[in-house]
Design a protein around this ligand. Structure first.
Ligand SMILES: Cc1ncc(COP(=O)(O)O)c(C=O)c1O
Length: 404
């Protein structure tokens, strides 16, 4: 099976990566990305300026969002979202414990308290209106949901629930550019939505992020907070639109630069194709792994449009995840864990936060393993992963039976 039509093949790259036969993720890019960045390098303007403006315009257009504000990374996007929502000391924000730590960390940075919600089930490892409701208390001001592995949460019922309880919703859409629920793209459901463009994401510029909103006041606050609370950018002054500036709030330097924006503008044009290729590879995985009582592949009956960010398998009790990962590693296949539950990290344990029951999260935290997935993964690579995975599980299974 030949590679999709990328003009830069893995062989042509000046590779700096270890020699995995199948890495967990791999960048997808062509000469177009190289040219996009080179043009900005030659333009004489590298910091936040016309490319960033163009990216924001194109991103907003692509997803039908009113305001898109590009920032330095996805964590900065979340931090700004909570600041713009004026989360304050002692407020609670309900968020999944089965998540990357960025949301919980930034909730703490704004002086608020993360209150962890469990996910729905092994088959649907995402929060739902019901699981969020179990975590909400009288101190809860808002919800920060995350579309795990690229599969949108049930956003219609979450939005209804939030409205009834007078809560705002932040969407952490780091895994979900191009995903949709009930035909509405992720990024348009939340009061404010956040994207990450880190190197392993569906859309990447190495490090980058973006905040999206329909609300003009939030957009104004987000733009100010992104750049020290100054009411004009260096770029505005360069092109003669202003001579000086005022500072109206104590903000941050969370700006994106034009080199990264140029890279993302090119990547954005390929997003639909990237996601289509991801979906095809997930179908290959599902066909090759089939149904087996020794593992579960979540989201089998998923009803929305996924961005297919991660491919997760949940091992049955009694199959050692560590041994399965070790075996795959010995075959040159990189695996990972998304995610170790946040409330079990040393720092979060030391906070002794009150929380609802997180049984399913803890179960997933013990049994979930992430297998490689990227757009230019070949059929041979998927076969190698599936064959090695089955081999590892057979070995573990036989060992467990001998042990009985
Ligand atoms: C779900 C989720 N949220 C937030 C982030 C933070 O994004 P960044 O790494 O760009 O700061 C990530 C990044 O890995 C993520 O996976």
């Amino acid at each position: 099976m030949s590679l999709p039509n990328w003009s830069i093949t893995p062989e042509q790259r000046n590779s700096r990566s270890p020699e995995w036969r199948v890495p967990l993720a791999e960048l997808s890019y062509t000469e177009d990305e190289v040219q996009g960045v080179t043009q900005v390098l030659r333009s004489g303007w590298w910091t936040c300026g016309p490319e960033t403006e163009a990216l924001e315009h194109e991103f907003a257009g692509h997803f039908g969002i009113r305001h898109a504000i590009a920032v330095s990374n996805g964590t900065a996007a979340l931090h700004l979202a909570f600041l713009a929502l004026q989360v304050s000391h002692g407020d609670e924000v309900v968020t999944p414990a089965f998540n990357f730590v960025a949301a919980a960390n930034t909730i703490l940075h704004v002086g608020a308290i993360p209150r962890f919600a469990d996910v729905d089930s092994i088959q649907t490892p995402a929060v739902s209106a019901e699981s969020l409701e179990r975590a909400v208390t009288s101190k809860t001001r808002g919800l920060c949901v995350m579309h795990y592995a690229g599969y949108p949460c049930g956003m219609d019922s979450i939005a209804d629930f939030a409205r009834q309880r007078g809560l705002w919703v932040v969407e952490d859409a780091a895994h979900a550019p191009g995903a949709a629920w009930r035909g509405i793209p992720c990024g348009r459901w939340g009061d404010i939505s956040c994207f990450s463009f880190f190197g392993n994401k569906n859309l990447t510029c190495a490090e980058g992020g973006l905040v999206a909103t329909e609300n003009d006041d939030f957009a104004k606050a987000l733009r100010l907070l992104r750049s020290h609370g100054m009411n004009s950018l260096t770029w505005d002054r360069f092109r003669g639109h202003s001579f000086s500036y005022d500072v109206t709030v104590p903000g941050f330097n969370f700006r994106m630069d034009d080199l990264r924006a140029a890279l993302l503008r090119v990547q954005l044009r390929s997003l639909d194709r990237f996601n289509h290729l991801r979906r095809e590879r997930v179908q290959w995985y599902r066909q090759l792994l089939g149904q087996d009582p020794r593992w579960t592949i979540p989201f089998e009956h998923f009803q929305g449009t996924s961005a297919f960010h991660l491919f997760i398998v949940v091992l049955a009790d009694g199959i050692s995840r560590r041994e399965v990962m070790r075996h795959l590693g010995s075959r040159g296949i990189q695996t990972s864990i998304h995610y170790p539950p946040i409330h079990q990290f040393s720092y979060y344990r030391s906070l002794s936060l009150s929380r609802s029951n997180l049984e399913i999260t803890e179960d997933l935290g013990r049994r979930a393993v992430t297998l490689p997935l990227f757009p230019n993964m070949t059929h041979e690579q998927v076969e190698l992963v599936c064959g090695s995975f089955r081999e590892a599980v057979d070995r573990e299974d036989a060992q467990a039976k001998r042990g009985k």
